[in-house]
Design a protein. Structure first.
Length: 155
């Protein structure tokens, strides 16, 4: 830290870099609001939602104009992750819009898709959670291969 910035912090004068606040440590300001959503907002497809970090395009507000990475690899584990992500996002939306029956119906649909996809994944690749091992004839939790040991690239 430069001696000028250290002196500015000590004396309270403002010599922070552009885009920084006049806090004691010259830290960046936080965004003090949450974008409001209208009922039944537009949604990304589940894979694009996972890649962008939000299901809702209206909430896709890149931090400091930083663009999110591209498409996530289309693998069975990433498909399951995308379903889980969409369920979480819909649940968060429903926390603030509990009477949006169309989105609740969509939430129920994705929960059923996730149950089916998870059962299929466990059947083909082995348990994801320790409790998944209870479904087999013997305790198989410690047996491989683990999801990161599959040859396909998970992205």
């Amino acid at each position: 830290m430069s001696s000028e910035r250290l002196a500015a912090q000590t004396t309270g004068s403002s010599s922070c870099e552009a885009g920084q606040g006049t806090l004691p440590s010259c830290g960046p300001f936080a965004v003090p609001f949450v974008a409001a959503q209208s009922p039944n907002p537009p949604r990304y497809p589940q894979g694009k939602a996972l890649a962008n970090g939000t299901l809702f395009p209206d909430l896709n507000l890149p931090f400091h104009l930083k663009v999110n990475p591209g498409q996530v690899a289309d693998t069975p584990l990433n498909q399951l992750r995308a379903l889980d992500f969409v369920i979480l996002e819909l649940g968060l939306y429903l926390d603030t819009h509990p009477y949006d029956s169309e989105v609740f119906s969509l939430f129920q649909h994705y929960v059923e898709l996730e149950k089916t996809a998870r059962a299929q994944y466990v059947k083909e690749h082995g348990p994801l959670f320790q409790t998944d091992a209870a479904a087999s004839g013997s305790y198989s939790w410690g047996e491989g291969p683990w999801p990161w040991q599959f040859p396909e690239k998970e992205g």
